[in-house]
Design a protein around this ligand. Structure first.
Ligand code: CA
Length: 494
C-alpha cells in the first residue's frame, strides 16, 4: 500500500469524498511518495543481522541468567531489550557441530557433521548452503569474526562459504594474545587471519574482535549487513588482561570473571556502534552460547546437570536472546522449546527471503511466536546425537540413550536436575521417545568422522557416571591415563 494513501487526511477523504478526488489524489501520491517498490528501498528497509555466538559460556554465568559474581552490565542491558528464550537449545554439545547446525539451519547429522572437528577431520560439507550465502544472494553484505572451527580446507574457508570479509582464526581455540612463537607462527592453523592473510594484532583478542566489528558497522551502514561475531571467549586458554584480572583480585573464579568482563565490554562496544550509527533499532541481534559451560573454564551451569560434551541439560541448554527493537518489544521471556536451528529461518523471514522446502531447514522462524505472542511451542521435539550418545526431548520429558549404557528418562518440569529415572513409571512415554528417536535417525547419516578411542572412552565414562548420579571420574585424556594406571590390577602395573 502506498504510504500516502494511508495518512489520516486521505483516510478522511475516503470516508467523505468522491471517487474522482480519490483518483486524482492517487496519481499525485504515486508521483511524490516513496519509491517503495524500488529494490534499493526494499533493501534499505531490511534489518541488519548480528549473531553473537559465545564459546563455552556457563548457563548461569551472566547477570541476566542469575549470576551474582560475574559482571555483565552490557549483556544484561541487551537482555533487557530482548526476548529471552528460557527453554532454548543448541543442536550439539560441543563447538564444531553446534556451529554447523546453526549456520546451515539443519540438524548437522543430515550431512554427517556429528563430532568435534580438528585438523585432519573432514569438516564442513561444502554442498551445504550457509546462512551467509543466502543473505549475500539477497542483497546483504556479509562478514564473520572470530572462531570458525568448520574446516581448514581452502573450500571451507569463510570467504568460500558466503562471507565477504573474515577476521578470525580457523581452528577451535587459540591464545588471546598475539603469539608469534606459537599460535601465530608461520604456517600455524591457529593464526589470526584477515581474509586469507595472517595478521599481527595488539592487545586482547576479544577487544580486537569487537573493535573490528565496530569498524565494520561504521563502514557498512549504507547496505544491510550480516555479521557472524563468534569470539573464542570464554573458551580455554584462560587468559585475561592484567587490568581485568586486577578488577577481580581475590575472586574465586578470577580468570573467568575477567574474561567474561572483557566479553561484556566487547558486546557493549558492538551495541554502542550500532546506536552511534543509528542502526540499533533495525538490527536483529541474537546472543547465545555454542554449548554449555565446559568443565575446564571455571564456568557454572547451575542448576543444570552435566557440562559441555554430554547429553544432560548443561550440555545443550543455553542462554538465548533475540532483539529487534523496530519489530518487537524486549523485556519478555518465551518459555517454549526453541533451538539454535531456528536462527536461520528467523533471519530469512526478517530479511524478506521466505524459506522454502527445498532448503531443507529443520528450524522454524521465531518471529510469529514473538510478534503475534503465540503461546505455542515452535518444536514438538528436539534431538541431539553425537556418535554413541543421543537424547530426545518431547514435551517435558527427555530421554538419554547411550550405546553400551542403555537409557534414562527424566521429567524436566519436576526434575530439572535430571536425577530420577522414570522409564518404569511411564513405560508408554518411554516407548514413544524411543520410537521418535529411531524415526528421527532414519534420514540422518552416520558420523562422517569420530573423535577416536580416547575421547570415546572418556565420553562413555562421563555418561555412565552422570546416568548413575555419581561423581564424574575422568574428564580429559590426562585424567583417563591416571585412572587407568591406578585401576589396573596390581600385577599389571608398571
Ligand atoms: Ca564451544
Amino acid at each position: 500500500m502506498n504510504q500516502f494513501l494511508t495518512t489520516p487526511f486521505i483516510q478522511s477523504l475516503r470516508k467523505n469524498g468522491s471517487d474522482m478526488a480519490m483518483l486524482i489524489l492517487f496519481f499525485v501520491a504515486m508521483a511524490f511518495t516513496p519509491r517503495a517498490s524500488q529494490p534499493e528501498d526494499a533493501l534499505a528497509s531490511k534489518p541488519n543481522v548480528i549473531i553473537i555466538l559465545i564459546d563455552d559460556a556457563g548457563y548461569a554465568d551472566f547477570g541476566f541468567m542469575g549470576s551474582k559474581d560475574l559482571v555483565t552490565p552490557n549483556i544484561d542491558q541487551l537482555a533487557a531489550q530482548s526476548i529471552q528464550f528460557t527453554d532454548a537449545h543448541v543442536s550439539a554439545t560441543v563447538c564444531s557441530p553446534s556451529r554447523a547446525g546453526l549456520l546451515t539451519g539443519k540438524y548437522q547429522q543430515r550431512f554427517g557433521y556429528e563430532c568435534n572437528e580438528g585438523d585432519g577431520y573432514t569438516g564442513m560439507d561444502t554442498t551445504q548452503v550457509l546462512i551467509a550465502k543466502r543473505l549475500l544472494d539477497n542483497g546483504y553484505t556479509t562478514a564473520a569474526f572470530g572462531k570458525w572451527h568448520l574446516g581448514f580446507k581452502p573450500e571451507q574457508h569463510p570467504l568460500k562459504r558466503g562471507f565477504e570479509y573474515y577476521y578470525g582464526f580457523l581452528s577451535g581455540g587459540r591464545s588471546y594474545f598475539y603469539a608469534p612463537n606459537k599460535d601465530d607462527k608461520a604456517g600455524s592453523k591457529n593464526a589470526l587471519l584477515e581474509n586469507h592473510q595472517p595478521v599481527k594484532f595488539d592487545g586482547y583478542l576479544t577487544d580486537v574482535l569487537a573493535d573490528k566489528a565496530a569498524a565494520y558497522i561504521a563502514q557498512h551502514k549504507q547496505q544491510p549487513f550480516f555479521m557472524y561475531w563468534a569470539p573464542n571467549a570464554v573458551h580455554t586458554p584462560m587468559q585475561a588482561t592484567q587490568d581485568d584480572m586486577n578488577k577481580f583480585a581475590n575472586h574465586p573464579r578470577q580468570k573467568l570473571a575477567a574474561m567474561t568482563f572483557a566479553l561484556d565490554r566487547a558486546v557493549g562496544k558492538i551495541v554502542s556502534a550500532l546506536k552511534q550509527q543509528g542502526l540499533y533499532e533495525n538490527t536483529l541481534i541474537f546472543f547465545l552460547s555454542d554449548n554449555g559451560g565446559a568443565h575446564n573454564n571455571q564456568s557454572s551451569n547451575f542448576p543444570l546437570k552435566g557440562f559441555k560434551g554430554n547429553k544432560f541439560e548443561a550440555g545443550h541448554r543455553i542462554p538465548f536472546l533475540m532483539s529487534w527493537p523496530k519489530q518487537f518489544a524486549g523485556g519478555n521471556t518465551f518459555s517454549k522449546l526453541t533451538s539454535s536451528l531456528d536462527i536461520f529461518p528467523t533471519v530469512l523471514e526478517a530479511a524478506g527471503v521466505p524459506p522454502t522446502k527445498t532448503m531443507g531447514l529443520d528450524g522454524i522462524s521465531l518471529l510469529p511466536f514473538v510478534q503475534d505472542k503465540k503461546n505455542q511451542s515452535p518444536h514438538e521435539w528436539l534431538v541431539w546425537r553425537k556418535d554413541a550418545a543421543a537424547a530426545i526431548r518431547y514435551q517435558q520429558f527427555k530421554m538419554i540413550r547411550v550405546k553400551g549404557l542403555g537409557e534414562r528418562m527424566y521429567n524436566l518440569e519436576t526434575d530439572p536436575g535430571e536425577t530420577t529415572d522414570l522409564r518404569l513409571q511411564h513405560p508408554h512415554m518411554f516407548a514413544t521417545l524411543k520410537t521418535k528417536l529411531e524415526e528421527w535417525e532414519k534420514d540422518k547419516m552416520q558420523p562422517a568422522w569420530t573423535e577416536g578411542a580416547v575421547w570415546d572412552t572418556i565420553t562413555l565414562m562421563i555418561h555412565d557416571d552422570l546416568m548413575n548420579n555419581r561423581e564424574v571420574r575422568v574428564k580429559n585424556p590426562e585424567e583417563l591415563e591416571k585412572f587407568e594406571l591406578t585401576n589396573k590390577p596390581a600385577g599389571n602395573r608398571k
